[in-house]
Write a protein of this length. Structure first.
Length: 210
């Protein structure tokens, strides 16, 4: 696998027609190409490189390999098989600013690890296995401006914690288990909120309308 030295956006979504595994060797080849291009005279834009590897059966070992890069700023690994180990490895990367990990198997431990990253400004953890524990950890992050957590298992405690974050500008919590208490807490925050399909009653709706 090789890339043009001038390439800025690399998209390998659905790697081939059979949607087979993008394994560790393939990831390593991909990274080696990127690292090689980093020193090319025409690659001054490589710092903005975006890599999309949706739906390629990427697992923790592959995520660990991808986490070693120092070039990518935007990485989309949605619809794969990444769990806590892979998430923790990606959390240690200090080059990425936008990371999409929706529809994987990331639990509270993975979310807690990602919460410690201080370079990400965009994080999508939708459709994972995150509860209030992970939400509370993510609420303590001070660099994220966009956080997507729809379709997890977050209820009022997680919502209240997230409401206390003053850095977030966009917060998506659709399809969770948030009730009136969480909605009232979030209503006091100026964040752009998405709360469709929760357990919010009349009191919560009233608070959100104020």
């Amino acid at each position: 696998m090789s890339f043009s030295p001038k390439i800025k956006i690399i998209q390998i979504s659905n790697l081939n027609s059979t949607n087979s595994t993008m394994n560790t060797k393939s990831c390593s080849l991909c990274l080696n190409s990127l690292k090689h291009n980093r020193h090319h005279k025409n690659c001054h834009l490589i710092g903005n490189t975006r890599l999309v590897l949706n739906s390629n059966n990427i697992d923790d070992a592959d995520a660990v390999a991808l986490a070693e890069n120092t070039i990518l700023q935007v990485l989309n690994l949605s619809y794969n098989r990444i769990r806590g180990v892979g998430a923790a490895a990606l959390a240690r990367n200090t080059t990425l600013t936008k990371l999409s990990l929706s529809s994987n198997y990331i639990d509270d431990a993975g979310a807690t690890a990602l919460a410690c990253n201080n370079t990400l400004i965009f994080l999508d953890l939708s459709c994972n296995l995150i509860s209030d524990v992970g939400a509370v950890a993510l609420a303590g992050n001070t660099t994220l401006t966009e956080l997507y957590l729809y379709n997890n298992s977050i209820d009022d405690d997680g919502a209240v914690a997230l409401a206390g974050n003053t850095t977030l500008q966009v917060l998506s919590l659709n399809y969770n288990h948030i009730g009136d208490r969480g909605a009232a807490a979030l209503a006091a925050n100026t964040t752009r909120l998405y709360l469709e399909s929760n357990d919010i009653g009349d009191c919560g709706v009233g608070a959100l309308r104020l």
